[in-house]
Design a protein around this ligand. Structure first.
Ligand SMILES: [Zn+2]
Length: 471
């Protein structure tokens, strides 16, 4: 802090407050956070990064040439933006190559459907698979079916995701995507199709990861767009047997090397203590991963860069982590958690941007209970952005949440998940959907939180270590 900026009276008053330990953030820090907020709202660094990553690199499926290009891109950009300790930490990722997927209804009435193979799906035989369709709503309903109703047939999961502000509908419709094919195979099904776990009303299916279980022969797995799932349901409503013909040429191709790309804005005094800002560098391959998660990459990099340009650098280091392979098994997050396990106590707070760049509507914090007043102070600087305090339901997100399980406190900026899940994992997730003003709003919120978290006296305490293993 520059004492010249304050009258001696104000400085004495602040010293008194700090001496009593009443306020972990000095008035000068709050002033600087407000100034950074204003700068972020006029800064286009993040939007330019999103444009560059989606245009010059494109889709970034783990283990693909685009993924490798993204790692090189990230190293270049972080260096060019003035980050310190820029590095790529190797991560081994699975490599799955999408082929071509087709689906058509062959009875009672012919109809060609818009479909995508789910990530990790095996291929069909070259001649395809044709069989009768059995609809079920949930995994539980499937598991209750007698084997003879499922064996030799194609299971169709019909549950529809309802749009919502917090994306809660995703959690309830996504389970069949993960294990629907494996559970169907246990009952002898020959393939699985699902209504997309997403809310697009276009004929654009939402892909996503699915996994098989050892010991059960894998069957092909597909997502239908919502309008195509509607068409299939219309035919089922006729009461006549409905048959689907499916083909798919995707395949597994071993493993590949990717990397977590990391850059830092060193703190002015407590350099070993870090505030982690996370986003993932990989994406699905149908679009260019604009909102999932190029915007996250842009938002956290721009927030850290703005803090680095501050004349009043915070005490702690801001560490930006672009995680490898979030989409297909959290490879980068698990590798980071393993590599930094011994330094977990120096990870003071984590934040993740992985819900696109949509309107922020609140902030939640999972910190030690006695640190909640500090969170309320930070939130007061977010108030002009329309970001109220929402409570303690914070996860840290898929990647940063791996560190929360080891005891690191987290804050979540909650953003409107409605439009996000229209685009998520579809061919429509492209740069034209990114609104520069909303990107700036997100950068402003991240900048404020990261700056004040890096400056706050005493930090945020620790969370109980979760007993469950990383998933
Ligand atoms: Zn994502």
């Amino acid at each position: 802090m520059s004492s010249a900026r304050f009258s001696s009276g104000v400085a004495a008053c602040l010293l008194t407050v700090i001496a009593h330990g009443a306020e972990p953030l000095a008035g000068a820090a709050l002033d600087e956070a407000r100034a950074l907020r204003a700068r972020a709202l006029a800064d286009d660094t993040a939007y330019e990064l999103v444009r560059s990553l989606t245009t010059e690199v494109g889709p970034r499926l783990a283990g693909s040439p685009g993924d490798a290009a993204a790692v090189a891109w990230a190293l270049d950009k972080l260096k060019a933006l003035g980050f310190s300790n820029v590095r790529a930490e190797p991560v081994t990722v699975p490599r799955w190559i999408r082929g071509e997927a087709r689906a058509e209804i062959t009875a009672p009435w012919l109809q060609t459907l818009a479909v995508a193979a789910l990530g990790g799906s095996v291929a069909t035989p070259a001649e395809g698979i044709e069989a009768e369709v059995v609809p079920v709503t949930t995994l539980e309903e499937l598991k209750a079916q007698p084997r003879e109703r499922i064996a030799g047939r194609i299971v169709f999961f019909t549950a529809r995701m309802q749009p919502s502000l917090d994306g809660g509908g995703y959690e309830t419709t996504v389970p069949p995507r993960g294990t629907g094919a494996a559970e169907s195979a246990k009952l002898g099904a020959v393939a699985m199709v699902m209504r997309s776990a997403g809310t697009s009303v276009s004929r654009t299916p939402h892909t996503g990861a699915q996994r098989y279980v050892d010991g059960i022969p894998p069957i092909p797995a597909f997502a239908l767009s919502n309008p195509d799932a509607d068409m299939l349901e219309q035919q089922l409503a006729s009461g006549r047997p409905v048959r689907l013909k499916l083909s798919n040429t995707s395949r597994w191709d071993g493993e590949a090397q990717s990397a977590n790309v990391i850059g830092e804005i060193p703190g002015r005094s407590h350099q070993q203590e870090v505030i982690v800002l996370g986003a993932h560098l990989d994406s699905w391959d149908l679009g260019t991963g604009a909102h999932d998660d190029a915007t996250g990459v842009g938002i956290i990099a721009a927030a850290a860069k703005l803090i680095g340009e501050s004349k009043r650098r915070p005490k702690r280091t801001i560490r930006v982590v672009f995680y490898a392979n979030e989409e297909f098994g959290l490879s980068g997050a698990k590798a980071y958690a393993t590599a930094y396990k011994d330094q977990i106590d120096q990870h003071v707070l984590g934040l993740e941007s992985d819900l696109g760049a949509f309107r922020p509507y609140g902030v939640a914090a999972r910190v030690a209970p006695d640190k909640l007043p500090l969170v309320r102070t930070i939130q007061s600087v977010l108030e002009p952005l329309g970001v109220p305090y929402l409570g303690t339901e914070a996860s840290g997100g898929a990647d940063v949440g791996q560190l929360r399980k080891l005891g690191m406190p987290v804050m979540d900026l909650q953003t409107d998940a409605g439009p996000y899940f229209d685009l998520h994992h579809t061919a429509n997730d492209t740069f034209d959907k990114v609104d520069p003003r909303l990107v700036q709003l997100n950068v402003a919120a991240f900048t404020v939180i990261a700056y004040l978290a890096a400056e706050a006296e005493g930090g945020f305490g620790r969370l109980p270590v979760a007993s469950e293993t990383a998933q």
